[in-house]
Design a binder for this molecule. Structure first.
Ligand code: NAD
Length: 358
């Protein structure tokens, strides 16, 4: 039996997590796996109940689980709070405390959604499948930051810092992933300007000798943001630091038709790993039935593969999503490519029906 910590969070978080739970329940029956679900409040929901975005109890609940499925946190209700009290601290603290340093973000275009993407088919290619490996516990989000009030000016700063070890461990994972895919790794940085990027390049190029079957190339982040639109098919695995990875993966999500399609897995040296859609809490559509739960459902599929070694069950979820999209079903965000626009829970029900059907 695997214990899964469900952390719905705010906005559309609870809506998408309950669809993923629905799918995992179907997997239990069909694949004879047993899950125990435990639930905790995070983000704004935790602030409202306990005054903090993540309680020690919920952190402990996560540490005692085999894997964590996270919805999303944040919303205008809590935007006025000081940085350390904001809902987003919940996910940052979880990543840091659980040492989840590598965030895997697969960017896959399901064929049925080619029309939902604003990018023309000829640019998307036939088989868009990119893996973005984003470093998750270093860089700007965790470096020294502050605000200083001078006599005439206010100065704010965030520091981008990386150690060689931080780079090496995530790079090792990216090389290994590339080796098991098409064997092509692109390091994305800004080494023409940033000292941290120069360290990334030095370390990654040194490590390349240990991976003779992986072709390594380098790209500046500004060029990469353009190349992702112009010629996404050139990429196999992209390795990049925290902030660049955050921004580039939101951009890459557009290739797939919607940000509601992109799952992620956050891995470290020890379990539990954490799984979450790459999007936020989408307060603008919360409670309307417009949220696309597929990114969250595909995050659960990644959990089955990476945390539990249940590859067939994971594949069954991906296949079910594929079939449902092929039949023309989609949520509101996919309306440009869908024949039948259905609600969050309706698409969850339809995907559930297709689990295990070949
Ligand atoms: P967002 O990702 O929540 O939303 C951006 C746009 O995409 C919105 O128009 C939204 O409606 C749409 N969208 C997002 N997910 C969708 C889905 N599953 N289905 C359909 N449409 C979807 O980003 P934002 O608006 O910049 O941020 C909203 C809040 O989320 C903020 O408080 C932010 O800090 C927080 N946030 C949290 C996380 C996280 O919990 N990991 C990540 C990013 C942003």
């Amino acid at each position: 039996m695997f214990t899964i910590a469900l952390l719905p969070g705010d906005g559309i978080g609870p809506e998408i997590i309950s669809e993923a739970e629905k799918i995992l329940n179907a997997v239990e029956h069909i694949f004879n796996i047993k899950f125990q679900f435990v639930e905790g409040l995070v983000g704004g929901a935790s602030i409202d109940a306990h005054g903090v975005p993540l309680t020690e109890e919920v952190l402990q609940l996560c540490k005692n689980s085999d894997a964590i499925l996270f919805g999303a946190v944040g919303g205008p209700k809590w935007d006025h709070l000081p940085k350390e009290k904001r809902p987003e601290q919940a996910i940052l603290k979880l990543r840091k405390d659980l040492n989840l340093y590598a965030n895997l973000r697969p960017v896959v275009l399901f064929k049925a959604l080619a029309d939902a993407s604003p990018i023309k088919q000829e640019f998307l290619g036939d088989d868009l499948d990119i893996m973005i490996v984003r470093e998750l516990t270093g860089g700007l989000y965790f470096g020294k930051k502050g605000k200083e009030e001078g006599q005439n000016h206010v100065t704010a700063f965030d520091t981008m810092e990386y150690t060689d070890d931080q780079i090496r461990r995530v790079a090792r994972l990216a090389f290994n992933i590339a080796r098991n895919r098409k064997g092509h790794l692109t390091l994305v940085d800004k080494s023409n300007v940033l000292e941290t990027s120069r360290l990334w390049r030095a370390i990654v190029s040194e490590m390349a000798a240990d991976y003779p079957h992986v072709k390594l190339n380098y790209m500046y982040v500004d060029n990469c943001s353009m190349q992702l639109i112009l010629n996404p098919a050139q990429f196999d695995v992209i390795l990049t630091e925290n902030t660049f990875g955050d921004i580039l993966s939101d951009e890459a999500s557009v290739l797939t038709g919607s940000i509601g399609m992109l799952p992620s897995a956050s891995l470290g040296d020890e379990k539990p790993y954490l799984y979450e859609p790459i999007h936020g809490s989408a307060p603008d559509i919360a409670g309307t039935g417009k949220a696309n739960p597929i990114a969250c459902i595909l995050s659960a599929a990644m959990m089955l593969e990476y945390s539990f070694g249940e590859k067939s069950a994971s594949k069954a979820i991906i296949n079910a999503v594929n079939k449902v999209l092929d039949e023309g079903y989609g949520t509101f965000d996919l309306r440009a490519g869908a024949k039948h626009v259905v609600s969050t829970s309706e698409i969850g029900d339809i995907i559930k029906k297709y689990i295990g059907i070949d």
